[in-house]
Design a binder for this molecule. Sequence first.
Ligand code: TMP
Length: 212
Amino acid sequence: MAGKRGALIVLEGVDRAGKTTQCKKLVQALQQNGRPAEMMRFPDRSTTIGQLISSYLEKKSDLEDHTVHLLFSANRWELVPLMKKKLEQGINLVVDRYAFSGVAFTSAKPGFCLDWCKNPDVGLPKPDLVMFLKLSPTEASLRGQFGEERYETSVFQRAVQQKFEHLMKDASVNWQVIDASASIEDVHEDIATHSLNTVSTVENQPLGELWK
Ligand code: TMP
C-alpha cells in the first residue's frame, strides 16, 4: 500500500442517541473536507446472514442466544475483506455499531460473560476511534417510544448501557464519550473534530486488530 489509508471510525451508543443521523452528517463533513468517506452499519441486513439477523430482530423468527451472537459476529467478518479494501484505498469508514454493540447486547442477557462474548470478534479490524454517544435513559425516553424490535425495552437498554460502561474502561480502545443530549449540530461538531484529528493521525499507521 503506497498511499494513505482511511480511518475506521465507529459510533456506538444506546438506542435513540442519534447514531445514524450523526454517521450521515460525519460522512458529509469528511467529504467536504476532501476526505473520501463512506458509511457502513452493523448488522448489515442485506447479506444472507444479515437477513437471518433481521428476521430475529423483527421477531419473525427465534434463534438460540449463542447462535444469534455468533451470527452478528459472522456478519462483521463477512464484510472484513471489503472494509480492508476500502481502508487501503484511502476511504474513511464511518460505522454505525460494531463489535461493542455485539458484546454489550449479548452480555446483558442472563448467563453470558464478557469474555465469551468478545471472543468471536477478536482480530477484527480495530477501530481507530470509537465514539460513544451518551444519553441518560430519561433523556432517551423523552425522544419517543421504543419500536417493536427485540431489545427495545428500557429495562434491557439499561443493562446494555452498563455493559458499554464496562467496555469503555478498556484503554486499548480509543474511546471518546460524546454528550448526545446537546443539539444535533453541537454533537456533530464534537464528533467531526475528533474524527478529523483521527483521520490525520492514522493515515500513515497500520490498521490494528481488535482485542488482540
Ligand atoms: P439497529 O437498530 O442499529 O439496526 O440495530 C439492531 C439491533 O441489534 C440493536 O438492538 C442492537 C442489536 N445488535 C446486537 O445485538 N448485536 C450486534 O452485534 C449488533 C451490531 C447489534
